[in-house]
Design a binder for this molecule. Structure first.
Ligand code: DGL
Length: 265
């Protein structure tokens, strides 16, 4: 049985999951957080489910060995590829995955047209098709894969002209089709909210699931009597690419941290 003061492992293909880490820290300030950015293998969105499953197994094994009391897949693409596999491997370990916010978007839209920005891997998955079947029968959902966006965000670029043009190219067809609700179905994209606010009309709602994931984690920890009483230890980071690169980007997307190590698996 894990201790309440044990850390929580959070992972993503890269820096996108930091948008979820921020929500977790806001809701659960007593928790100690470990974060693995699989930057040596980003983007997951264009990789096979088998490849992603293998990466997630390595990272889950690492968190488990570090004594993490729970794990969060702060990545939509990793969740569709690997969450079932990890649940089978670790049946009693609290594990939180995430999925695009189709249900709240279908409830919120007034025009009846919802747009989803996500990776190719997420949009092509059977899990996403099942999500649409379940919650989006009464609305029109237009999906838009966004290759290239993640790679730019990984460099810490949130404002360049190239990024702006790429994002506009993805969003414009959705707006032209009458979409009034936009789902950010990849954890990298919440970092583009300021840019999106510039590109889409103010009455278009933009929804992501970071806060919902933090609430689900809170519920799961509570149900397992694992909520920490604090104080939290400092967040620690690992990356499968060059630690110096993550060290440089962290102050842009999170806070400064020198506790960045190489993830060698
Ligand atoms: N951040 C990820 C997601 O939520 C995946 C990005 C990628 O590596 O393609 O889907």
């Amino acid at each position: 049985m894990a201790e309440r003061s044990a850390p929580i492992g959070v992972m993503d293909s890269g820096v996108g999951g930091l948008s979820v880490l921020a929500e977790i820290q806001r809701l659960l300030p007593n928790e100690t957080l470990l974060y693995v950015a699989d930057c040596g293998h980003v983007p997951y969105g264009e990789k096979s489910p088998d490849y992603i499953r293998e990466r997630c197994r390595h990272i889950a094994g690492f968190f488990h060995a570090e004594g993490a009391k729970a794990m969060v897949l702060a990545c939509n693409t990793a969740t569709v590829a690997a969450v079932a596999d990890l649940r089978e491997l670790y049946p009693t370990w609290p594990l939180v995955g995430m999925e695009p916010a189709v249900k709240p978007a279908a409830a919120a839209t007034r025009s009846g047209v919802v747009g989803v920005l996500a990776t190719t891997g997420t949009l092509q998955s059977a899990k996403f098709a099942a999500l649409l079947d379940r919650f989006a029968n009464d609305v029109q959902v237009i999906t838009q894969p966004c290759p290239g966006l993640v790679e730019l965000i990984e460099t810490g670029d949130l404002t360049s002209l190239a990024l702006r043009q790429m994002l506009l190219g993805y969003v414009q067809p959705l707006l032209a089709a009458g979409c009034d609700t936009l789902i950010l179905g990849c954890t990298h994209y919440p970092f583009l909210r300021p840019l999106l606010a510039d590109l889409v009309p103010a009455d278009v709602a933009i929804i992501d699931t970071g806060a919902a994931v933090a609430r689900q984690l809170q519920r799961l920890l509570g149900a397992n009597d694992l909520l920490a009483e604090g104080p939290a230890g400092d967040a620690r980071f690992w990356t499968s690419a060059d630690p110096e690169t993550l060290r440089t980007i962290l102050p842009v997307l999170w806070h400064k941290s020198d506790d960045v190590q190489r993830f060698a698996l």
